[in-house]
Ligand binder design. Sequence first.
Ligand code: NAP
Length: 435
Amino acid sequence: MKYKIAIVGAGPAGYFTAQAFQRANNKEHSFSIDMIERLPTPWGLIRSGVAPDHPKIKTVSKVFEKIARENDFRLFANVELGKDVSLRDLREAYDIVVLATGSPKSKKLGIKGEDLLNCLPASSFVSWYNGHPDFSDLEIDFNCDTAIVIGAGNVAIDVARILVNDPSELERTDIAEHALKSLKSSSIRKVIVCGRRGPEHAAFTLSELRELPELDHVDVIFDNHQLNDATTRVDKLGVIEKDIRLNILAMKSIAESRKKGLKRNLEFRFLANPVEIRGSQKVEEVLFSSNEIAEGKIRPSGQYFSINSGLVVTAIGYESEDNLGLKVDGGRIVNIAGHVEHNVYVTGWAKRGPVGVIGTNKSDSADVVQLIIQNLKAPKNCAGIVSLLRSDHKVINQVGWDKINASEVIAGELSGKPRQKEVDWNRLINLGTIS
Ligand code: NAP
C-alpha cells in the first residue's frame, strides 16, 4: 500500500523524518514524500542557525541532499503553511502530515527596556548573520565597545563568538556578506555573556567550551571565584552528572590559563539576573540583580550592578509559533509521543521543545515514524499539494534548489568560501524558478 506523506519544514528534523520513511519502505507499505518549506531554500537551521565558523556541523547537508534524491521525494519550497495552504486542507490532501517546523521565535525576557533599539533576540541576530532572507535588512549598531549576551547556552556562545572574534576569521565561511561587512567595521571589543544561575547550571556543552581557548584573537575570561564556589557546591551534592563536572573543569582551565593581553575579550559572568535594560531609545546599560545560591536554591542577594553596553542580544531559548490553531506549550506543539491530532504528527524542536543538537532529531524522527506506521490505516485517495496551490504559485522544487545551490557555491568559490549566500527573497525565487 502506498501512502502520501507531507512533511512541513525542510530542516534537520524534516529530512530525518523523510529518511526514516524511506528506510521503512517495504512490500507492505511504501511512502511518497512531499517536503513543504516556507523559505525558498531548504536545510533549516543548518543554513540559518548553525554558526558560520562551524562548517563541520553543516556537512550533514550532504545527507539531506542524498535523501532528496531518493525516489518518491519532492521539495515544495516557497510554500507557507497557514498562508499558501491551510493545515486543514493539507490534512485532507495527505494520508499523514508531519510538522517539523521547529521553534522559530525567541523567548522574551519580559523586562523593562527589552524593546529598546539594539536589544535583539538571538533568533534575529543569528538569522541576520546567516543570511536568512527575512532578516537581511535588520539594522544593528555595532558602534559601541561592549555587547552583552544574556543566557548561558550554546546559542549565547555562538552569538558571543561571532560578535567578539576578529572578522578575518569569518572571511572564508558562508557568513552573509552584509554581516561580514558590518562586523569588519564593528567597534565591539568586549562581549559579556551573563547567566542567571551558577556555572554548574550553565547549558553550554563541553565541545563549545573547549573551542574557546582556540580563539586566537580573543582572551576568554571566567571568574575563578565563581568557579571555585561552583566546585564546592557540586562536591557537597556528591553524585552529580559527569557533564557538569567536565564543564566546570573546562571553564577552570580557561580561567587559569595565561591571558594574551589581547584587545578582544569574551567574559562570562554567572549569578547575574537581568532586571532592566536602560537607555533613551537605544540600549545604554543593563541592570542586573546578583543572585546567590543557598541550600541549592537560587535567590536574589539584594545586591545590584549594572554594565554599560550599546548592544544586547538575548539568547534565552526559543518558542513554537501558535499560528496553526494547534495548542502550543512553551517551546513545543502539544503532542503525545509525536501525535498531535487526526493524521497530524510533529517532530524535532516542535515536538520536544528547543533542546538537543542536530543529531538528536534523527532518533526522535525515527521514533515518530515508527508510531505513524503503527497507527496507519488504509491509504486515502489523496490529491497532494499541487491541487491546493494557485496555478501561478512559484514553487521552488529540487531542480530549482539545485540551481540556487550551484549558483551560491560558484559565487563562493571565487573568494575561497564554501558558498556565498543569496539573501534576497525575490532573487532567490527568480534563481529557483527560471527554466
Ligand atoms: P538553552 O540551552 O536552553 O539555554 C538557554 C539559556 O538561557 C539558559 O542558560 C537559561 O538559564 C537562560 N535563560 C532562560 N530564560 C532566562 C531568563 N528569563 N533570564 C535569563 N536567562 C534565561 O537554549 P539555547 O542556547 O537557545 O540552545 C537551544 C538548543 O540548541 C540547545 O539544546 C543547544 O545545545 C542547541 N545548540 C547547539 C549548538 C551546538 O551544538 N554547537 C549550537 C547552538 C545551539 P536557566 O538554565 O537558568 O533557565
